[in-house]
Design a protein around this ligand. Structure first.
Ligand SMILES: Nc1ncnc2c1ncn2[C@@H]1O[C@H](COP(=O)(O)OP(=O)(O)O)[C@@H](O)[C@H]1O
Ligand SMILES: Cc1ncc(COP(=O)(O)OP(=O)(O)O)c(N)n1
Length: 276
């Protein structure tokens, strides 16, 4: 049977992040992708040049159109932009008793543009986060959600615990932003007590636009196919590692990752290791 995933996110005209990254990743991992757009961005590898949000009711209509007709087995959220959109997404997902929810709490693009209004952080934390099968913050996002500064490995763990206490079933703290020149290390923790690190060699490149979207979309695709969360996260780390490593070097700024690299290289990925 064909697995179907839904992404609720913003459009990146440059194709490296947002809805475009999600749908490409779903496709590469053998999952039929559907989408509900929250905002259009005029964006390229040099930055975000405009943000045009949709009305909350327009977002709701899209989610209903998909959920009423497709056997969706995993839902991902990305850029949600406002508290109104977040509340409508929460209401609609509850109505459909939506399947596993993967939350990428997108807040600020790498170039510094805001993709979530400040007052929406509270709604994300208090209303959406409790529905999460997993939440995948980067360090700055985790700092805002957990309400603490993250500087050490112990801080990362403490913040992960706070997000689990806030209601997520699991969390991956993404280490892309950490100042570690050797490794890109992420921490997985679940409410059921599982804990491990995913470590890969850090690739020294400026082409990391959309890494967060792509990583969480890869988790979503595996969950949609019925894989356990730990395995989904492991596959996603392989997927993003090779997508960064085999970068396409497009554009004049921070280029996108290579969404089709996993197809050719998955059997050869040896750099990602699991640490207890
Ligand atoms: N330079 C890099 N080399 C290898 N892996 C990376 C690199 N940058 C990010 N990653 C990995 O990509 C995934 C997304 O992380 P991150 O870039 O922190 O997310 P975001 O785009 O949300 O800021 C994580 O698994 C992270 O470890
Ligand atoms: C439309 C849209 N959604 C999300 C992002 C952020 O993507 P992310 O994967 O965090 O990558 P960077 O933008 O930080 O490189 C986005 N830019 N646009």
């Amino acid at each position: 049977m064909t697995s179907v995933a839904l992404t609720i996110a913003g459009s990146d005209s440059g194709g490296g992040a947002g809805i475009q990254a999600d749908l490409k990743t779903f496709q590469e991992l053998g999952v039929f992708g559907t989408s509900a757009l929250t905002a259009v961005t005029a964006q390229n590898t040099l930055g975000v040049h405009g943000v045009y949000p949709l009305n909350a009711s327009e977002v709701e209509k899209q989610i209903c159109a998909v959920m009423d007709d497709f056997p969706v087995t995993a839902v991902k959220t990305g850029m949600l932009f406002s508290a109104e959109i977040i509340r409508e997404v929460v209401r609609t997902l509850k109505y459909y008793q939506a399947p596993a929810l993967i939350i990428d709490p997108v807040m600020i693009a790498k170039g510094g543009a805001s993709l979530l209004q400040n007052e929406a952080v509270k709604a994300l934390k208090e209303e959406l986060l409790p529905l999460a099968a997993i939440i995948t913050p980067n360090i700055p996002e985790a700092e805002l959600l957990a309400g603490m500064k993250i500087e050490t490995a112990m801080d990362i763990e403490k913040a992960a615990e706070l997000l689990l206490e806030a209601g997520a079933d699991a969390v991956v703290m993404k280490g892309g932003h950490l100042d570690n020149q050797e490794f890109a290390e992420d921490l997985f923790m679940s409410a059921s007590g599982k804990k491990f690190k995913l470590r890969s060699e850090r690739i020294h490149t400026k082409d990391t636009h959309g890494t967060g979207c792509t990583f969480s979309a890869a988790i979503t695709a595996s969950v949609a196919k019925g894989k356990r969360m730990e395995e989904a996260v492991r596959i996603a780390k392989d997927y993003i590692h090779v997508a960064i490593k085999e970068g396409l070097h497009l554009g004049k700024g921070h280029g996108p990752t290579n969404h089709w690299a996993y197809r050719s290289y998955k059997a050869e990925i040896k750099e990602v290791v699991l640490l207890d």
